[in-house]
Ligand binder design. Structure first.
Ligand SMILES: Cc1ncc(COP(=O)(O)O)c(C=O)c1O
Length: 437
């Protein structure tokens, strides 16, 4: 038994679904990652992959970037967690405030989920209202207010305090909000929902609608922050929220996240107010830890260099153009989505502009393609999105596109599907069903 097979046996035995969280490799194409450098990762048997998972987004410079490695090595030798004020996190807070249009002050958190959870708490504290609005198909992490419509185990109280509105549908959103505007503390939105761009005027409309009703607008920039532009989606789209949540990139691959925004709102989490009614608890053991902060500072220094965002957009455009061309050539109707260094392609004849149209895409084709890509050396979380980094070269993209082309052909021939489902428990997808897209 090879090393990977042995580890996968253990993973299936001890980790439900051989997964850490919600992400699981497709059956028959599981990989145990041993390391990564730049745009590549390799598995425990030394097989190399071009990586588009990128740690689920933090690794925008690629893996083991020398500046990040150096910063973390230097910091860890000086101590990795103090709970107390430290220079790196103070400087990171300053960088966030300077970069992000809505940010006047910062509270750190450990993960993106904590950041959105705290933002909603702050919004409730600031407005004295209880309900929040999120969008169908939007993801804000694992807590009960984000998962109200998607997970078992959510208490009724949390579930009933979350209203779900249709993304990219301003009139539909206004109808949801106007029914009980006086009870709504916040509208939380991914400005780019997964890989679906906001329709022209949608974010501006949300800004106007929330302002009109005294509701706080929260941008979840955990993905988009420092990625679409240095100032995130709010700079890219030119709409300024009241609060914004950051994670992923600002921790440079280590756990660190933040809520930033209006000072009057962030001041509610000033611990010197403890014991008063104007205090909202925002705290955590690792919030502001110096290890994540030095890693984040190293990443932001690279992103500040001239040309970084032109490159991130150019490489995304190259990938998207190539994907569109491959699907067209093979006669599969497809929707290419994403902005800048975020991309995906779904097989669907209709434009994808929200969760419902996304759900109608041919996910069996995606599943088959995913398996074929991993086998050829392209590491993705294909049902979700492809993350790109400054480490990805034009050659990486060209090789990836060639593997996409081969993979799509294999899926259309039905070969990939049969092989993919033959290994473990095997959930069969018929090749003819896949061809339908
Ligand atoms: C938009 C968005 N918000 C929040 C989160 C949660 O972040 P974390 O996984 O760090 O808790 C994620 C994670 O992917 C995300 O994509």
């Amino acid at each position: 038994m090879g090393r990977q097979e042995e580890l996968l046996e253990l993973a299936y035995r001890y980790l439900p679904g051989a997964a850490f969280g919600a992400f699981a490799f497709p059956e028959g194409a599981e990989v145990v990652v041993a390391g990564g450098r730049g745009s590549k990762v390799w598995d425990v048997e030394g097989r190399e992959y071009i990586d588009y998972i990128l740690g689920s987004g933090p690794m925008i410079l690629g893996h083991a970037h020398p500046a990040v490695v150096r910063a973390v090595q230097e910091q860890i030798a000086q101590g990795s967690s103090f709970y107390a004020l430290n220079e790196a996190a103070i400087r990171l807070a300053e960088k966030i405030v300077r970069a992000c249009p809505c940010a006047e002050a910062v509270k750190f958190a450990g993960t993106g989920s904590e950041a959105t959870y705290f933002a909603l708490r702050l919004a409730r504290a600031a407005t004295g209202r209880e309900e929040v609005v999120k969008f169908e198909g939007g993801y804000h992490g694992h807590h009960d207010y984000s998962m109200a419509d998607e997970s078992a185990g959510i208490p009724r109280g949390a579930r009933s305090s979350v209203l779900v509105a249709p993304f990219n549908d301003l009139a539909g959103t206004a109808a949801v909000i106007e029914e009980q505007a006086d009870d709504i503390a916040a509208v939380i939105v991914e400005p780019l929902q997964r890989v679906i761009p906001p329709a022209p005027g949608f974010l501006e409309g949300l800004r106007a609608l929330t302002s009109r009703h005294g509701i706080l607008l929260v941008f979840d920039e955990v993905v988009t922050g420092f990625r679409l532009a240095y100032g995130g989606a709010q700079q890219f789209y030119g709409v300024v929220p009241d609060l914004a949540c950051y994670g992923k990139i600002i921790g440079g691959g280590l756990p660190l996240a933040a809520v930033a925004g209006r000072r009057d709102i962030l001041d509610l989490a000033n611990p010197r107010r403890r014991g008063t009614k104007e205090y909202a608890w925002v705290s955590g053991t690792f919030s502001g830890n110096p290890l994540g902060a030095v890693a984040g500072l190293a990443v932001l220094s690279e992103l500040e260099k001239p040309g970084a965002y032109q490159r991130l957009h150019a490489i995304g455009d190259r990938l998207r153009a190539g994907l569109g061309e491959i699907f067209r050539r093979r006669g599969v109707s497809a929707q290419v989505l994403g902005v800048g260094p975020l991309a995906n392609v779904y097989s669907s004849p209709e434009p994808i502009c929200d969760y419902r149209s996304l759900r109608r895409a041919d996910m069996r084709l995606t599943q088959g393609l995913w398996v074929e890509l991993i086998r050829r050396g392209v590491m993705t979380n294909l049902p979700a999105k492809l993350y790109l980094s400054l480490a990805h070269t034009d050659d990486d993209i060209d090789r990836t596109l060639a593997m996409f082309d081969e993979s799509l052909r294999a899926v259309l021939d039905g070969v990939g599907i049969r092989e993919a489902t033959g290994t473990r428990t095997g959930s069969g997808t018929s090749p003819s069903a896949v061809r339908g897209g």
